[in-house]
Design a protein around this ligand. Sequence first.
Ligand code: NAP
Length: 223
Amino acid sequence: MATIGFIGSGKIGGTLARLAVNAGHDVVLSNSRSPQSLQDLVAGLGPRARAATTDQAAADGDIILVAIPIRAYRQVPAQPLRGKIVIDTLNYDPARQGSVPEIEAGNTPPHELLQTHLPESHVVKAFSTVFFRHLATLGRPAGAPDRSCLPIAGNDTAAKRSAAALIDSLGYDTYDVGLLAESRRFAPGTPAQLAHLDPVGMFTAPGRPVTAADLVKLLGEVR
Ligand SMILES: NC(=O)c1ccc[n+]([C@@H]2O[C@H](COP(=O)([O-])OP(=O)(O)OC[C@H]3O[C@@H](n4cnc5c(N)ncnc54)[C@H](OP(=O)(O)O)[C@@H]3O)[C@@H](O)[C@H]2O)c1
């Protein structure tokens, strides 16, 4: 079992914290305000959860999950994350979350922004393709026929292996798409990113399971 540090504890962070606690991991939650502002969430998650500052969550986690609006990426603390595995859930949605000048200028692709900010960390892109309500309901035990498979990407093979083990413990298979740059194949608006959305009732739970075979086919639609 691992300690997962959370930078951002909203819809996606809070959902993943619940899955992690249910799987027997410890979680350290942080947000943009204060540990005190997370007391209700922590109380609901039980004794495996605690709240901290972002620096402390980064320092205490064996693996760190970043789940903040991408425009705030510069506030992710680089120093305590040196050498660590950082799971990047971020999607670029300027209309709803605000724009990022270096993305708009074409200097950095959105999916590489966090790794650029954390050059000494091992960033693995994951969970960016699944709506938080579906994430809460689609998890299944290993081997279940309707277990969903999530795409991951990153530049460090060992980090991807560790991330995959964590994701497996949360109820999902993973498919390694390749280097971080290849995560463009599951970027916002691609078939793989939209796969869990049920055409009937798009954002309502439980969402649509996506097997590894489905996912490989959808990823192949982006060249
Ligand atoms: N929602 C989804 O279904 C979903 C699915 C896949 C990927 N994503 C991606 O996941 C990320 C988070 O989305 P969300 O829907 O979970 O957003 P959210 O519900 O608005 O939660 C954002 C969290 O980030 C925290 N935060 C904001 N600025 C911060 C900073 N500078 N330092 C530390 N924490 C900060 C917020 O804390 P405060 O409340 O204190 O400001 C809050 O806990 C986004 O990039 C989104 O594109 C979301």
